[in-house]
Design a protein around this ligand. Structure first.
Ligand SMILES: [Zn+2]
Length: 86
């Protein structure tokens, strides 16, 4: 089941407006998860009890903008054992 939740912000990664909330059922739990239908990024570990809660969690993610002084590449965390070439 897919619910076109109201007021979902565009995807913070690709900017697409094709964001939807799905109802997902797994072995031990079920719930709603928001996901970008374009780049497939979405809520994977947390399931929300309602469409509204899922949408609120999606919208709480700050969009990636130049004004943040943060580029997309900075969102990737470098592993602790990563060696930077001298
Ligand atoms: Zn996306």
């Amino acid at each position: 089941m897919t619910e076109q939740a109201q007021n979902l912000l565009p995807c913070p990664f690709c900017g697409s407006n094709r964001v939807a909330v799905h109802f997902k059922r797994a072995a031990r739990k079920e719930g709603y998860q928001a996901m970008c239908l374009n780049c497939k990024v979405g809520q994977t570990h947390v399931m929300h009890s309602t469409v509204e809660r899922s949408a609120a969690a999606w919208n709480a993610r700050a969009p990636v903008t130049a004004a943040d002084g943060c580029s997309l590449s900075q969102l990737f965390v470098r592993p602790a054992n990563h060696q930077v070439p001298a």
